[in-house]
Design a protein around this ligand. Structure first.
Ligand SMILES: Nc1ncnc2c1ncn2[C@@H]1O[C@H](COP(=O)(O)OP(=O)(O)OP(=O)(O)O)[C@@H](O)[C@H]1O
Ligand SMILES: [Mg+2]
Length: 223
């Protein structure tokens, strides 16, 4: 599968303010690619990731998923892709605070093709990957920051997405938890998966051979 972004522009207009968040951004990503995008705060990293993850359609230009314009997929197909094809690992974890670890990881399964009897097996597998199978029954509000981030990752991986979208996934973690989270993300990948990882801190987040990009005031360049 390929993701093709061509001459993408994103302009935000708020209270008479115009922000040109992305300017003529182009990038091709295919199976097996590990893409790291770095740039200063406000350079457009999250904006680009949100568009690629079908969370924002207010752009101009082309975004093709498997050869077809993203905007031409039906709402149902887009919802299915958000749930099954993309795994989102974002800085604000957006977990259900009063629910257990188990129930948080279950959420994406509710909208998948996985049979109900198989839920438990998938949840346990995903939580084992992040080393949290021992905390399944604990409520999220009682977890540490590092544990929360790992619950968010287990939730992102439970449907085995082909595309991992990571937005500063280690931003609020100490060194040990950062290494743990990076190991989990990188060991999930293989030549059928894609990673798009944005961070202002390239040095502490890169691993192995990756395609490196820099974004400056909305303009993307391969490094
Ligand atoms: N919903 C929005 N409405 C108006 N302007 C926005 C909106 N979201 C982002 N922007 C603006 O677009 C620009 C790019 O923002 P973006 O969030 O993509 O940056 P970023 O590279 O992810 O920064 P950070 O590293 O701080 O997360 C910024 O100038 C920001 O103020
Ligand atoms: Mg951001």
């Amino acid at each position: 599968m390929k993701l093709v972004v061509k001459n993408l522009n994103r302009i935000y207009e708020k209270d008479g303010y115009k922000t040109h968040a992305l300017t003529n951004v182009s990038i091709n990503i295919q199976d097996g690619d590990q893409v790291m995008i770095t740039g200063e705060s406000g350079s457009g990293k999250s904006t680009l990731l949100n568009i690629i993850g079908l969370l924002d359609r207010g752009y101009e230009g082309e975004y093709l998923i498997a050869g077809r314009n993203a905007k031409d997929y039906s709402h149902k197909e887009q919802a299915r892709m958000r749930n099954n094809m993309f795994g989102y690992i974002f800085q604000e974890y957006a977990l259900l605070e009063s629910e257990t670890v188990f129930d948080n990881v279950k959420v994406p399964l509710l909208y998948s093709n996985v049979e109900k009897q198989k839920y438990r097996e998938h949840i346990v597998e995903s939580l084992t990957q992040v080393g949290l199978d021992n905390l399944m029954g604990k409520k999220v509000k009682y977890l540490s920051g590092g544990e929360r981030q790992r619950v968010a990752i287990a939730r992102a991986l439970v449907n085995k997405p082909r595309v991992i979208l990571a937005d500063e996934p280690t931003g609020s973690l100490d060194r040990k938890n950062r290494e743990l989270v990076l190991d989990i993300i990188y060991s999930y990948l293989d030549n059928t998966k894609m990673l798009i990882f944005v961070t202002h801190d390239l040095e502490n987040n890169r691993k192995g051979t990756q395609r490196l990009f820099q974004i400056n005031r909305g303009q993307l360049e391969e490094m």
